[in-house]
Design a protein around this ligand. Structure first.
Ligand code: UDX
Length: 447
């Protein structure tokens, strides 16, 4: 039998990577997005965002790019998409609703409503977006109502766990695949699509719809809880005079706890963890199970408090008032190896400092354009050294490798005061001290 043809709907962080990865796995792929500029960019083999390795993958497969396999094409026509595909991946975003905790399903609903009326032959629609539990059931009903092929069209739920910065690797070599399905046909089709990762050893877990939806939200809740746990320990260390970095190292040697995701600092941000735990709480409330997730409210507030604590530490470092003080900020993105500034703790801290009267200058290796669009009133500098120039204090807020490699002596020449605050606990304090800097970090009062 011929290989199934794959379509990808929504070409953002998730969809663009998924489309390129499917082409890399050998499938003919057609991608659709409702933003015409995104399609134009992708047609030239250019990624819509910074993601290591994605540009190479697009150039290797986008039709029309010299030397490419030609397996990856893009369209804005739903009709063409439905005609082409056997498996349709829904990869649109599900942001937090304005002014509410709940998740905004309007993009998912609109995508399904646009696709379904064109489905007049057997097809599998596969949801990858992060959605409130119960959505797949509702969408399956809608699909059955709208698709001319009726029972020959089915829905599956296949959540995505990729991390920004490692998206290509995580998509090609997933640590697990989860398939919420209602028939053997759907399961077999997904096994065929993922045959290569499965052959490489990725576990393939088959579930019902609600479990598949919950795997995603509970995994993100666990990760958020782990980070807030260590940040709560940082708060205690700050009052008790302990060192949270040593503490994390020591408890991490216990295999049951593990060392990963125990890095204390200004906390988690990005397009996933914060909105996913909030949407999960909102959904649990609707289902009458809010008590089960009240701890997530605490996870969220511990996380948000760390941003405030960073502002306080900065205020102390500049002598009690931020008014008129010059502050250099290293980092704007929510994590390194990404240009994503959505709910970025770094930008949030920079913004708070400026609102309290400081003059803030930010530098980030890849996030400048997005940061400027979101916070146009902050100062921006073309290099780390320029951001540090004249600063009364320098803040390290995103743990880019570039910042680890900075020369404290060189930066010491341009700042007004050699004072560094590490909000990510990844810089080598001894190196900075040797170059004459005062070095302070969250959760490490003994430094
Ligand atoms: C996350 C999940 O990891 C991924 O599986 C899911 O599919 C999407 O959401 P991502 O948003 O790319 O991925 O970021 P992640 O690597 O989880 O980091 C989230 C935030 O936590 C970042 O702001 C990061 O700086 C912060 N973090 C992470 C910490 O503060 N401490 C840590 O120890 C780890």
């Amino acid at each position: 039998m011929a290989s199934p043809k794959v379509t990808v709907i929504g070409l953002g962080y998730l969809g663009a990577t998924h489309a390129a990865a499917m082409a890399e796995l050998g499938f003919e792929v057609l991608g659709l997005d409702v933003v015409p500029e995104k399609i134009e960019q992708l047609r030239q083999g250019l990624p819509p965002m910074y993601e290591p390795g994605l540009g190479d993958l697009l150039r290797a497969h986008v039709a029309g790019v010299e030397g490419a396999s030609g397996r990856l094409r893009f369209t804005d026509s739903w009709e063409e998409l439905a005609d082409f595909g056997d498996v349709h991946f829904l990869c649109v975003n599900t942001p937090q609703k304005h002014g509410e905790y709940a998740c905004d399903m309007s993009y998912v609903d609109a995508a399904l409503d646009s696709l379904a009326p064109h489905l007049d032959r057997p097809a599998l629609v596969v949801g990858k977006s992060t959605v409130p539990v119960g959505s797949a059931e509702r969408l399956a009903e809608r699909l059955a109502e709208l698709a001319p092929a009726r029972r020959e069209v089915e829905l599956a739920w296949n959540p995505e766990f990729l991390r920004e910065g490692f998206a290509v690797h995580d998509t090609l070599h997933p640590d697990r695949l989860v398939a919420g399905v209602r028939s053997e046909w759907a399961e077999e089709l997904l096994r065929e699509v993922y045959a290569r990762p499965i052959a490489e050893g990725s576990p393939f877990v088959v579930t019902d719809y609600p479990t598949a939806e919950l795997v995603k939200t509970s995994a993100n809740s666990f990760l958020a809880t782990k980070i807030s746990f260590i940040n709560a320990m940082a708060e205690v260390c700050e009052t008790a005079g302990g060192d949270v970095v040593k503490l994390a190292e020591a408890i991490g040697h216990d295999e049951r706890i593990g060392r990963k995701f125990l890095r204390a600092g200004i906390g988690f941000g990005g397009g996933c963890l914060p909105k996913d735990i909030r949407a999960f709480m909102a959904r649990a409330g609707e289902l009458g199970a809010s008590e089960a997730l009240t701890f997530l409210r605490e996870v969220d507030s511990i996380n948000m408090r760390r941003r405030g604590q960073m502002v306080e530490l900065t205020r102390q470092a500049v002598g009690g008032t931020l008014l008129g003080k010059r502050i250099g900020v290293l980092g704007a993105t929510f994590k390194p190896d990404s240009d994503d500034v959505r709910d970025s703790p770094a930008l949030n801290v920079a913004g708070q400092l400026q609102l309290q009267g400081a003059q803030v200058t930010v530098y980030d290796p890849k996030g400048m354009e997005n940061a400027r669009a979101l916070f146009p009133t902050l100062g921006y500098a073309p290099t780390a050294v320029d951001a540090a120039r004249g600063a009364d204090v320098l803040l390290h807020l995103t743990e880019w490798r570039d910042f680890k490699e900075l020369d404290p002596a060189e930066l010491g020449e341009v700042v007004s005061v050699r004072s560094l605050l590490d909000g990510r606990n990844t810089l080598d304090h001894e190196l900075w001290r040797k170059a004459g800097w005062t070095f302070r970090a969250l959760g490490r009062p003994t430094l």
